[in-house]
Design a protein around this ligand. Structure first.
Ligand code: ASP
Length: 500
């Protein structure tokens, strides 16, 4: 039997989840309940609840005659002095949270909460593979460079291209998300509630990131899933393995290549569960929040797509035209098989053999350049992913805080997005896994990812095409610079008078 392609399965999961959730939300999303005397928890003389998708009211009175306590949770942030999430209730009043859980929830919220836990299992699986996947993917990319002689000028040029284009992509993303404000489209509340890391200056924040990048104990960093520390140590380890070279490099490369294959297989198996993960998370989001959530998702998708479009259709072609001196249209045509495969597979790694073939056979770039630039690029150069990470986290922060993040925090998001994209493996949904780093960096709850999971596949397809497109353009740029720079050097041999 022919199985439906994964992205269709995910789409179906999303639609079914949303349909269940919305039906529940509309028909069983409201509940008013007054707990009868014989059911009252001990120590209380009254306990009442009113649960609706946007507003929860809890009131209780203790039997010692103290005044009635009233707690309001308003997700729209329109009620002055109200809490905004049920999670906050737990910190605010533990007993009330327990009673609400036991007696007060509407049927829609009950199903929603159960779905959240089930969908949470899928998110846990993703987080489970994140660390080993990053380590093995990065090491495979870096050690795949071969002997230290190849780490010359080309390395510097390639890296400069990677960093420059990723930063431009992120800047476009940050600009777009500030203009469109997708997370605030539904939210007319004035700016408030933005939790910044109490008066830390940007310098301090960045310095703290720098400190994180130098883990005092790399093993502790692994155990703590401190991604930033892991990425920087792994990169250093890989680069020095290449410098040491010889048999050592061979052993390390073989081992990590094998480990990467296993991790990749495991991740692909987990990704197969995505339709269920999406179904449960969609049910959770729509059952508890109702159809309104789509309005924000629409603006979010529009923001990501506009920003990706700007980068892929304006910035990269301009670089091709002015630096690589190539006709962007012809180059895109030559790359089209790779770009379309990237789109449908959502995996830069999966597309890599095809990308190499297109760059060499159809676009006429030498193997010397492509075999160096592309494998490394598939792992560490992800413009689309970097842009997407920044937009997604800023969108989540807008939803969560009901306001735009202050500039210094946005810069932290941008820089961490760059590192996250470097660390992301070239496989479907890797960007989603890496987003945890950025959420951690600006103190946002990881669970908020549930909101964007539903539309992740569609955006993954688009950002992966942009990733592959940027790698291919990088090949053309580096080939052009190499040809200019090494005019006179022996053809076929890389220039080795390098920076590394
Ligand atoms: N799927 C992307 C890629 O392979 C990575 C991501 O999830 O952003 O390039």
């Amino acid at each position: 039997m022919n199985r439906l392609a994964l992205h269709w399965q995910i789409l179906i999961g999303m639609i079914v989840g949303a349909a269940i959730g919305i039906t529940l939300n509309v028909s069983k999303g409201t509940r008013e309940h007054s707990v009868s005397t014989d059911e009252l928890p001990s120590g209380l003389s009254s306990l009442e609840f009113a649960d609706s998708p946007s507003l929860i009211r809890i009131s209780y009175q203790r039997d010692d005659g103290s005044p009635i306590v009233e707690i309001v949770i308003d997700g729209t942030r329109k009620t002055e002095g109200a809490l905004t999430t049920v999670e906050q209730l737990k910190e605010h009043d533990k007993d009330a949270a327990r009673w609400f859980h036991q007696y007060g929830r509407s049927p829609a919220r009950r199903v929603g909460d159960a779905s959240k836990r089930l969908g949470g299992l899928f998110l846990r699986l993703l987080r489970m593979v994140a660390v080993p996947l990053i380590v093995t993917s990065l090491l495979t990319g870096v050690t795949g460079l071969g002997h230290a002689g190849r780490l010359g000028k080309m390395f510097g040029r390639t890296l400069t291209y990677y960093l420059a284009t990723s930063m431009i992509a992120i800047t476009i993303g940050v600009f777009m998300v500030n203009v469109v404000r997708p997370g605030l489209q539904d939210n007319v509340a004035p700016a408030k509630n933005v939790v910044t890391d109490a008066d830390q200056t940007l310098g301090e924040l960045l310095f703290a990131q720098l400190e994180t990048m130098i883990p005092s104990n790399p093993f502790a960093a692994l155990a703590d899933s401190s991604f930033l520390s892991i990425i920087s140590f792994t990169l250093a380890f890989g680069i020095f393995a290449v410098i040491v070279g010889g048999r050592t490099l061979e052993i390390i490369r073989e081992f990590f290549d094998a480990a990467f294959d296993v991790m990749m297989a495991l991740t692909m198996a987990i990704i197969k569960l995505a339709p269920f993960g999406v179904l449960f998370l969609m049910t959770y989001v729509t059952a508890t929040q109702g159809p309104a959530v789509f309005k924000s998702l629409f603006w979010y998708m529009l923001t990501v797509l506009l920003a990706l479009g700007c980068h892929a259709l304006i910035v990269l072609p301009a670089i091709l035209h002015f630096i690589a001196k190539k006709n962007p249209l012809h180059f895109a045509q030559a790359m089209s098989p790779a770009l379309l495969t990237a789109f449908s597979s959502a995996s830069s790694n999966g597309t890599l053999p095809l990308t190499m073939a297109c760059v060499e056979k159809r676009a006429g770039v030498s193997n010397r350049v492509s075999s160096f630039v592309l494998p490394l690029g598939a792992t560490i150069n992800m413009d689309g992913t970097a842009l997407y990470e920044a937009v997604a986290v800023l969108f989540i922060s807008q939803m969560y805080h009901g306001a735009v993040l202050p500039l210094d925090q946005q810069i932290v998001v941008a820089l961490t997005a760059l590192l996250a994209s470097v660390g992301a493996a070239g496989i479907p949904h890797a960007g989603l896994v890496m987003m945890v780093i950025i959420l951690q960096a600006v103190n946002l709850p990881v669970e908020m990812q549930g909101i964007i999971l539903a539309v992740d596949r569609v955006l993954d397809m688009c950002r992966t095409s942009v990733n592959v497109w940027s790698d291919s353009c990088g090949c053309a740029v580096v080939a052009r610079l190499e040809a200019r720079g090494s005019a006179g050097s022996v053809e076929g041999k890389p220039s080795i008078e390098g920076e590394v």
